[in-house]
Design a protein around this ligand. Sequence first.
Ligand code: HAM
Length: 427
Amino acid sequence: MAEHAKPRGTSDLTPEEAFAWQGVEELLRATFHAYHFREIRTPVFEHTEVFERGVGDTTDIVQKEMYTFTDRGGRSMTLRPEGTAGVARAFVEHKWYGGPLPLKLYYMGPIFRYEKPQAGRYRQHQQYGVEALGSVDPRLDAEVIQLADRFLRAAGVQSLRLELNSVGCPACRATHRDLLLAHLTPVREELCADCQGRLEKNPLRVLDCKIDRDHPVVLQSPTITDHLCDDCAAHFAGVKAGLDALDVPYTVNKVLVRGLDYYTRTAFEFMEDSIGAMSTILGGGRYDGLVRLLGGPETAGIGFAGGMERLMLARQANGVAEDGADTVDAYVIGLGEGGRMAALKVARELRDAGVATEVDYTGRSLKAQLKTADRLQARAAVLIGDDEVAAGVASVRELVEKQQAAVPLRQVAGHVARLVASVRERG
Ligand code: HAM
């Protein structure tokens, strides 16, 4: 390993990759705006308690995956391993429960999990997500899921599968828990050490354990979906009716439990099989008890988050071409002492006119500089030598059709701006 290699499971986005991400982020923001979700930015780290309580201390995330550290004041802090708990913490802290509800928020940002890195699974990844707080209406679940479906399709992911389930509420879970315990206790010794502990605390987590979930007895466990209370069953029916009304296709997956403890009722995942083992590109659900857990009043919530890296992999697998590149419009070449200073001023005027402009600082030959302008795919090169300065003009060379004109210095910015606009129009 190189002495200063990046940490395992992290990545450097190149300017080309970052440009492709920007396009997707613009689409995300436009979609969120259309559904009136507004942006929230919470800290990248929180008091460890927020995740221990919110995500749940029997989950893989809290038990094995958090980046937790003691700060210089002796407090335990954790880099956020997911986005929902921080949003719910902010909701309680700012008493937003007193305002108009549901409060609909979205976020984008880095997430940290100490997982075993592989294609599509990283120690730092980027999530985009939404949270709608303050309504139990199953139509809201349908709307949130439809938003995700619409965005993913618009982003070019066509071979999507939506898996849907209801994981019930604390009332129906109590009945199910007893059934599950009776089912799993005979094979207790065959389960991993963590799951032996989970059996007492939260047997539902065993179904989601990366080690034990494929155990034949675990696979045949009684499902919560078959033991929903009347209210949860009615809610689940409402979500399905909403999705039907919105023409969002789904399949019910009774063993979908999701890896976080806060979920109640609706749970869903969008899968995209062409990206390999890490095929879940977006997941979410309802968390009607989370705000209460974090010290707020009883407040319902529903949301989802998707992984940006997996989405970009899925776009590639679906043959989506990343359009455009972060190119410059104009390349300004100053020759001679006076020309070089004049170039700086012309560049400022071009930028003020909205023309993306690069200035040459290499001082190489004119031919070499024109080559650079071509390589950067500039639309125009602006040449200013000492003779041009004396005559008060610049030579503007259109680099697509290779036409050149002498333009008075004060008119260069307007001239090039028009040129760039006309080339853009021609596509
Ligand atoms: P999650 O399923 O743990 O849910 O993560 C959401 C998405 O983030 C996953 O579907 C996946 O695309 C991506 N992801 C997760 N871990 C990794 C990783 N190690 N590397 C790359 N991508 C990853 C949550 O985090 C919930 N907070 C979602 C939610 C919001 N539920 C309700 N509201």
